[in-house]
Write a protein of this length. Sequence first.
Length: 280
Amino acid sequence: MALYAVGDLQGCADEFEELLARLEFDPAHDRLWLVGDLVNRGPRSLEALRRAAALGDAVTAVLGNHDLHLLALARGNARWREGDQTLQPILEAPDRERLLDWLQRQPLLHEDPALGITMIHAGLAPQWDIALARDCARQLEAQLRGTASGDLFAHMYGNEPDIWRDDLDGWDRLRFIINAFTRLRVCDERDGRLLLKFKAGPDSLPAHALPWFRIPWRRSSGARIVFGHWSAQGYVNENGVLGLDTGCVWGGTLTAQRLDAPASKPVQVPNRSGGLPLEN
């Protein structure tokens, strides 16, 4: 059995299919981790979501910000945004409810205790160790899968609060948890404040900002963590932290890496459709 992790699909279904073939992935024996953002922006979000769900117990996907936005559009009252047209085929699909049910059951954080690896979509607040991150994820997942999930979708948008406190509660606590897990790229190195408006590459960091995984005092330091989300940064493999979003949807590559073989190298498939213009 092999365990692979794959970067953000974002609707790149053809590249996903090619990558599975390159890996010779066998769902009867192998396992696949998807770092989130299965949908949106790319040309075939419906097909990417269907392919992931069809892998059944062989796949686990953590939720990304685009996945949550799809759920909020379909099952909340989220505002339609520019660029959401790539989600329309999912919303109009005859199997939409089955696909949305599958997506809504996916976690915010997934672990392999035997290998000691944790998967998230974007980042961890530097004040969190893995145990606290796990507790926060389970709290959010309970709300997401409960009868009041529509309330969560109504309250999850926004950048505040931007710094963790143990006494955060209510929607402020849940919004912070969502933002850390699904939107975080960089923090203020002094107090760990989430700098959620920053979307550029690591060569354009504002003063006192560092990638969340390079904050020297972060409490999750030493843990093996797999993440995606930050396409402008590209592939990362340092100090046990593995970043796999290599910007397939922007004309880059879709990246996979085997997790149960420490000396493994990334396997990459280039974008086949030309990609979208890079965001500012």
